[in-house]
Design a protein around this ligand. Structure first.
Ligand SMILES: [Zn+2]
Length: 204
């Protein structure tokens, strides 16, 4: 081993005199204090300690400016962790339950999401949030149901004169075509109106 430089020698001596427990365990050192005692710049203290550390003479953990955390226990490596079969089965079961709930959450499109979440966490509620995609979709659906209903009434109203009307008359009513289509489909299905098919004929 190379002999210490005079500076290193001085630092080692100061450390040994100042921190008595240093042979046994890690001690907190104050680089600033050492720099005062050795009459050396702090930077130099740091560098000398690093050199001693690199030579395995000391183990030096430099002071950090950032807060740090330390495990107060040794971390057990995964391969040494054993889980009893009982616990394993329970964990697996719970995992499957969670996946099932998640899938149900994703696949269900007729139950309020918020309600489903509350249900998952064990809270029962009948109220719907009115904001999730399911609620929004339901509201849209209800709105169009109302419109279809109104369109059906308007068509029947128009036919109250008991005359045959061309289908184009229906599309003069102030509803969107899909709504009128659906209204007509339902009226035909319920046999409220009778469709008269148009004819096609080949040129002779
Ligand atoms: Zn909702």
């Amino acid at each position: 081993m190379k002999p210490f430089s005079p500076d290193t020698e001085r630092l080692v001596n100061v450390i040994l005199r100042t921190y008595s427990g240093v042979f046994v365990d890690y001690v907190n050192i104050d680089e600033g204090y050492l720099s005062d005692l050795c009459d050396m710049p702090r930077e130099q203290i740091y560098n000398l300690l690093k050199v001693l550390d690199n030579n395995h003479i000391i183990s030096y953990i430099p002071h950090r400016n950032l807060p740090s955390i330390t495990y107060s226990r040794n971390r057990v490596e995964g391969k040494f962790v054993t889980i009893s079969e009982d616990i394993y089965d329970k964990l697996k079961e719970r995992f499957c339950e969670r996946i099932k709930s998640m899938l149900m959450y994703l696949e269900t499109d007729n139950t309020c999401r918020s309600g489903m979440l509350l249900d998952y966490f064990g809270e029962k509620t009948k109220e719907e949030c009115g904001l999730c995609d399911v609620c929004v979709e339901n509201r849209k659906h209800e709105a169009s149901e109302r419109e279809i209903d109104l369109a059906q009434k308007a068509i029947l109203n128009m036919l109250d004169d008991n005359r045959q009307h061309p289908v184009t008359d229906v599309y003069q009513l102030s509803f969107s075509s899909p709504i009128l289509d659906e209204a007509m489909r339902r009226l035909i299905e319920e046999e409220m109106i009778k469709p008269d098919l148009a004819y096609i004929k080949k040129y002779s």
